[in-house]
Design a protein around this ligand. Sequence first.
Ligand SMILES: *[C@@H]1O[C@H](CO)[C@@H](O)[C@H](O)[C@H]1NC(C)=O
Ligand SMILES: *[C@@H]1O[C@H](CO)[C@@H](O)[C@H](O)[C@H]1NC(C)=O
Ligand SMILES: *[C@@H]1O[C@H](CO)[C@@H](O)[C@H](O)[C@H]1NC(C)=O
Length: 314
Amino acid sequence: MLDLSQLIQQKNILLAVFGGAAVASFAVWVMSRRKRQKTEYELVGEVTALHCYPVKSLTGISHNVGFCTFSGIRTMNAVDRQFVIVRHNGDFITQRQVPRMVAIKTKCEGDYLHFQADGMPDIKVPLNPKEDKAAIRSCRVWQDQTLAQDCGEEISQWLSEFLQETSLRLLVVTPVIKNRSCKVNSATGKDTLLFQDEGPYLLATEESLADLLEKIDSPAREEINMSNFRPNIVIRCSKGPWDEDNWSHILIGKNLKMRVLAPMGRCVLTTVNSKTLKRREDGEPLKTLRRLPTFAVCGLGERPHQPMVRWHEG
Ligand SMILES: *[C@@H]1O[C@H](CO)[C@@H](O)[C@H](O)[C@H]1NC(C)=O
Ligand SMILES: *[C@@H]1O[C@H](CO)[C@@H](O)[C@H](O)[C@H]1NC(C)=O
Ligand SMILES: *[C@@H]1O[C@H](CO)[C@@H](O)[C@H](O)[C@H]1NC(C)=O
């Protein structure tokens, strides 16, 4: 067997030689609710992109390798939504209230997360900061009152300046902090979240996005893409659009099993325009989405720490 890192470095060569087998190993299979025999997986497509958003509501990192933990996808050394930005009273903020957040890019290098935005100096914070009991603060994410460690003054000033609000703070989950529990009905006590909204993974298919865009009857169609929806795992589905509405279990490659938790709530965050840094006045894609089946599903990993590779640049 080939070592994974070798596989990644030599991706192009390997694809040419072992293409068929490699693609098959990251195929996506699902159990459908509509099937009578619920224990049978059927092949529905393949993984085409992986995205990790280390800071809730900032631009994420796309990479062709991800590790699945119970609390979300890990890309390089960053875990999905391990950071959150809060106001001085501890309330979380997202692009819903602060659309300018869409203009902050993040990049992972070694043990640091770098922040970049136009007109601002680059700045970095450690992904695994030293435990500091004195820096633990309480914060609120939706209904959850939780704790997280403050990342310090420098990043606080940087974020406050760029986002034009006083006293914003960046908080991070550290190993001593209890993870949030997942509130969706089908979740069990073992299912945990960092700062994600509903489930540790969000999945979307290219076909449903294409169908949605086709139905948007305005220039918005040219400006909306997968980034508006912030999925972690993008799937090319051979069964056509909206097939995911009937999925109950997902198997990726040979080992990664997920349970579908719920359809993802649609929200105004999808209407933030990354060029104007404002919410779209035409209300798209939300306006059209309201007339259609659910666009994305959130899932729970059943077996963590299985590596996944994406093979198609997209
Ligand atoms: C919380 O989530 C992190 C990241 O997935 C994990 O490493 C840690 O073990 C979890 N902590 C608890 C208490 O479950
Ligand atoms: C979506 O469009 C934005 C702005 O045009 C671009 O920066 C981003 O890379 C695109 N995302 C995807 C997934 O194509
Ligand atoms: C999902 O299942 C329902 C009920 O069985 C069916 O009516 C619907 O067509 C299915 N949707 C898709 C996209 O297959």
